[in-house]
Write a protein that binds this ligand. Structure first.
Ligand SMILES: Cc1cc2nc3c(=O)[nH]c(=O)nc-3n(C[C@H](O)[C@H](O)[C@H](O)COP(=O)(O)O)c2cc1C
Length: 382
């Protein structure tokens, strides 16, 4: 067991608190987390016309525990950042106002709430773009049709337009403004979405980025966009309110890289410069957003390289989450589908209670209740 986890366990034992590693407290920068079970971003597509809806207040508050960390579903930073129907935005006044009661509901129960800020890049179509323009990316290579996490039929994408070098600061500015808006809405911080083949990943990964300017080519050049963006957001709202999500190993949306370990370590080391509060990494076993495959690669080199709090995600259950913490391979563990289907997940872990299975066919229904706020609590399942 790692020294940090060990000390915490000892302290908790003395205070008579549960000693399940996932249920020990953790200080994540300025935030005192009462346990290590994180709700990661889960796109649910119920924010009609990109406006967060009242039903999201119930959904997130159902999953809130005092001192627990929750991250919102991916939230678009601008009109051109969109690629999916009814995902929430955070660029307009109306959206900021609509987020406020949702954030308040989470805070009322003592949760710590980060907003995942997102640009899909080339994973979009003309119909989602202002004036039917082409989506933007690091490249002009079109994404081939894909079966997305929310569907069974392959989705089609429009040919993207390669961002000009002089346009890159404009996109970074959209993230900066979105982060400012998130703080205005009451969020405790933002998670920059640098995972799963979306815009930042389209710059980082060498299977996609074919640029010849100083945002393409070498590893350092491919990571420049993400790091400049982190710096701008950290300068805007304070590094102690900024996290990032990365998936160097994932190949979702054709986002492969020839050397994912080098990419992950370079990012982890470079992020230290900005002192951001956490790095949230998706396990190598998650090749897509949902499919878990055994593999020999690990996140340990990134865990060792990054100085802030580390969150792992992807295919975890209670047992291997506990193990990852007790072996000091991470500080916090995110549980996606388990949280989606078990609003009282930390309590179920504490009591070793049975878990409800998620229903994939209702992930992204438009319905404000079905598959969303109607998963049962422990009391109701007994
Ligand atoms: C329905 C659904 C929606 C998701 N939406 C997002 C998202 O908006 N942003 C993101 O970074 N990951 C997203 N993911 C990935 C999850 O955050 C998580 O990494 C993934 O489910 C693997 O973890 P798990 O095995 O604990 O479910 C999504 C996954 C699912 C199943």
């Amino acid at each position: 067991m790692g020294v940090r986890a060990q000390t915490q366990l000892q302290e908790d034992k003395e205070n008579g608190v549960s000693t399940i590693p996932l249920l020990t407290s953790f200080k994540m920068g300025r935030f005192n987390l009462s346990h290590r079970i994180v709700m990661p971003p889960l796109t649910r597509q119920r924010s009609y016309n990109n406006i967060p809806q009242p039903h999201a207040a119930l959904y997130y508050s159902q999953r809130t525990t005092k001192g627990g960390l929750l991250i919102t579903e991916a939230t678009v930073v601008s009109e051109s950042a969109r690629g999916y129907k009814d995902t929430p935005g955070i660029w307009s006044k109306e959206q900021v106002e609509a987020w406020k009661p949702i954030v308040d509901a989470v805070h009322a129960k003592g949760g710590i709430f980060f907003c995942q800020i997102w640009h899909v890049g080339r994973a979009s179509t003309y119909e989602y773009q202002p004036n039917g323009q082409a989506p933007v990316s690091s490249t002009s290579k079109q994404l081939m049709p894909q079966v997305l996490a929310n569907a069974t039929e392959p989705a089609k994408f429009s040919p993207p337009r390669r961002l000009r070098t002089d346009e890159i600061p404009l996109v970074i500015n959209d993230f900066r403004v979105a982060a400012r808006n998130a703080i205005e809405a009451g969020f405790d911080g933002v998670e920059i979405h640098g995972a799963h083949g979306y815009l930042l990943d389209q710059f980082m990964k060498d299977h996609i980025n074919d640029r010849t300017d100083h945002y393409g080519g070498s590893l350092e050049n491919r990571c420049r966009f993400a790091l400049e963006l982190v710096e701008a957001v950290a300068n805007e709202i304070g590094a102690d309110r900024v996290g990032i999500r990365l998936s160097p190993f994932a190949t979702y949306l054709d986002s492969g890289d020839s050397n994912p370990t080098a990419l992950g370590v370079y990012m982890a080391e470079s992020l230290n410069k900005y002192g951001i509060v956490y790095c949230h990494m998706v396990e190598p076993r998650m090749k897509t957003a949902e499919e878990s495959l055994e593999c020999a690669e690990t996140l340990l080199p990134m865990r060792k390289a990054f100085k802030g709090a580390f969150i792992v995600a992807g295919g975890y259950d209670k047992e291997d989450g506990n193990k990852a913490i007790s072996e000091n391979r991470t500080d916090l563990v995110a549980f996606g589908r388990l949280f989606l289907a078990n609003p009282d997940l930390p309590r179920r872990f504490e009591l070793d209670a049975p878990l409800t299975k998620h229903n994939r066919s209702t992930y992204c229904l438009s319905d404000p209740v079905v598959g969303y706020t109607d998963y049962s609590f422990l009391e109701n399942t007994a």
